[in-house]
Design a protein around this ligand. Sequence first.
Ligand SMILES: [Zn+2]
Length: 113
Amino acid sequence: MFRKLFSRLRPRLAEPHDPHGLYFYLTCDRCGAPVMIRADKRYDLQRDGEHGGFLLRKEVMDGRCFTPFFITVRLDGRYRIVEQTGDGGSFISWEAYKALTGLEDEAHNTKEV
Ligand SMILES: [Zn+2]
């Protein structure tokens, strides 16, 4: 009963979000594993004095080959992404992340049963 209602309310898997979180999705360049990153606006961002926005530098590690890599994201004053670079990883969309992890398939299967 609950499951039925749940799947009807959420036909597609929604991207995670919270008031302080910034979410990024990547694949490891070495092994191709998908990784989800959550950065906290309060703790993880540095003021970018030069451009008037914020700068995020974060170490990322996937769960497959465990090779750490770095991402650098430049944001404007409203937390909109201006530039993003991955040194050892590549940025992908939420849709691509879902497809790679099989999250969407699981949700779909649950609905069919
Ligand atoms: Zn990897």
